[in-house]
Design a protein around this ligand. Structure first.
Ligand code: FPP
Length: 242
């Protein structure tokens, strides 16, 4: 494990799109004899630090896995608190960091509270013209669900004669996924010690570099991000070539 050290400007290649599985909030809180929801609140502080740093580094896209399609199975009060946290924090984020952050959301909004999903749509439209980092939040997101919804939309277009089977290309599929218009992920960071993808951006991670660390998400800060970026810049990406 490289040593943690003072922040230095990152040299070498930076990812254009970095994605985060923010794992470990519950364990972080448990260690402090606090409820899991306290861990999520602290996790928002890390999220904001990381958005600031990613924006300073001019990384164009950062995606955060905030709530998966499977997370509905958590205790009701945890789900309610997470939804409340999104609702409250989105207002903060929209005015955040010289107001130049563009907000995007991925995931199936139909199951979300109507007011929350309207707010998400409104903030997307309001921030669409901004030129800074796009902060993309995955809420009620599942990689398989993303692909299934894309297939459903393709089938309707085929059925109604707007598409021919030979029109279906990788590019078309990418454009119809929730991340349409956003480049594939270059670097995936997962905190919390587990080494799995957990149904995150399955199509979009095809050629991503993966970085796993033991640090729990509320402890993930700028210097931890630096370690992930250093690891990324030292890797040779071959995309199937030699
Ligand atoms: C995983 O940790 C974390 C989550 C399921 C929620 C992450 C959400 C946030 C940090 C808030 C995001 C806020 C906005 C505004 C998008 P865990 O609870 O599974 O941790 P554990 O593995 O230790 O139990």
């Amino acid at each position: 494990m490289p040593e943690k050290r003072d922040l230095v400007s990152t040299e070498g290649a930076l990812p254009k799109h970095i994605a985060f599985i923010m794992d470990g909030n519950g364990r972080w809180a448990k260690k402090r004899l606090m409820p899991r929801t306290y861990g999520h609140r602290e996790g928002v502080k890390s999220l904001k630090k990381i958005i600031s740093r990613v924006s300073e580094l001019n990384i164009p896209y950062a995606t955060f896995y905030a709530f998966s399609t499977e997370n509905w199975n958590r205790p009701e009060e945890e789900v309610t608190e997470l939804m409340r946290l999104f609702d409250e924090q989105l207002d903060d984020l929209v005015n955040y960091q010289s107001e130049n952050i563009r907000l995007r959301f991925i995931g199936d909004r139909s199951a979300l509270d109507k007011k929350l999903s309207e707010k998400m749509g409104y903030y997307e439209r309001e921030t669409a013209g901004r030129t800074g980092t796009t902060a993309c939040f995955a809420i009620n997101y599942g990689g398989r669900d993303d692909i299934a919804r894309c297939l459903r939309s393709l089938s309707l277009q085929l059925r109604d004669g707007f598409l021919r089977p030979e029109d279906i290309s990788e590019g078309l599929i990418s454009s119809l996924l929730d991340t349409g218009g956003i480049p594939d992920v270059d670097l995936l960071v997962r905190t919390g010690g587990e080494k799995r993808i957990s149904n995150f951006l399955l199509w979009q991670l095809a050629y991503s570099e993966l970085y796993f660390c033991d640090c729990l998400w509320p402890d993930f800060d700028e210097s931890e991000l630096e370690l992930a970026l250093e690891s990324y810049s030292g890797r040779q990406r071959r995309f199937g070539r030699v």
